[in-house]
Design a protein around this ligand. Sequence first.
Ligand code: GAP
Length: 433
Amino acid sequence: MENLMEKIVSLSKRRGFLYQSSEIYGGFAGFWDYGPLGAQLSYNIKDLWWKTFVSGRDDIYGISSTNIMPKSVWEASGHLEGFTDPMVLCKKCKKRFRADHLNDASKCPECSGELGEVKTFNLMFPVEVGSTGEKSTTAYLRGENAQGMFVNFKNVIDSFHPKLPFGLAQVGRSFRNEIAPRDFLFRAREFDLAEFEYFVREDEWEKWFSYWEGEMENWIDLVGIDKNKVHKVEIGEDDRAHYSKRTIDFEFDYPFGQKELYGLVYRTDHDLKLHMEHSGVSLEYTDEATGERFIPHVVEPTFGIGRTILAVLLSAYTEDEMGGEKRAYLKLKPTIAPIKAAVFPLVKNKENLVKKAQEVYANLKKEIPSVMWDDNGNIGKRYRRQDEIGTPFCITVDHDTLEDDSVTVRDRDTGEQERISTKELVSYIEKAL
Ligand code: GAP
């Protein structure tokens, strides 16, 4: 579709999904704020992820560790040395670029000026921790959530005595001082990341790697990303992260090219081994049946939530014609749609009809959160507004409702309408969620 990216960015701002951070001060490159619908969409996706990979399973434990972690963690993990990108500076316009993203490494893509030499740039954000009078220390905003799982490995083992294989998961913010943030949510400097470390015996890593490859494919379908636009790419040794012995990227056909959506990585025992060496604390696992002690290996599926939202919006955006009129709508899965249903009175000026519609709305909202009231403009306009934000059901209360207690439920994708008793409304909508 032509100008799809522009359409998504404009819809996101207009309808309250996403705003530029600190926009009234001119914006802040690489940072995005979520508006009411974006925050709800993001929450729904994270909730679905948590149910799928954590609370719905017996072998994965969810944690939530801090965003700021001491320097010692990042020294041990290798991020202070190896979490870098190659950077070049244009001598003329002074803009910075990722050297590995340039087609022509000799001249600036913006002003054609001469580029300086390639330098290694570390992506970690340092922060000073400590109040006045206290000696401050340099800590770091986490560049990945994974380290929170590795430093809590022993704590969870001591509390729960899990048997291998098992995982530690979390969803939360990650921070990277990207050289050239771009393409909306695709490359941001602060973003939500959902990932887990799955601890296995070394000789079983390949089995679990292919198991999680399949589960990641299932997730892509479940969340509503068009799987025909997803490609699995084996990443060569030179392009893998410093901790990886095998990586598969799940790449998506964004309007700006086929690029990474998710990653699946075999991290070996790299992290636990290094944290054990640096902290002096044993991070070995003991097999309680045999007494065998060893450092488990790790398979890590990682899911950027910002990129998920972008891929979901790009997959869901649809244009068609309905009732002789052009319309644009988001074909979101009802499970993640920010608004599940909207309730309208057919007309605004009939007191008893509005009262009945408010009653239907209040009863529905008690059972299903994220139901919206809308009485602005005519019915056609209300449908278009709800279609554009992906609301799966529109419920109209009309004169017949006063007689037979039934309402009209309209389906977002087909426009088809069904007459339903108000008593069946909750179960009708719940069935789709
Ligand atoms: N713990 C593994 C790890 O952090 P990564 O490939 O560097 O691996 C994980 O990042 C995921 O985070 C990526 O697959 C992508 O979805 C997302 N991601 C990475 N950098 C990002 C950025 N600058 N903005 C938005 N999402 C990003």
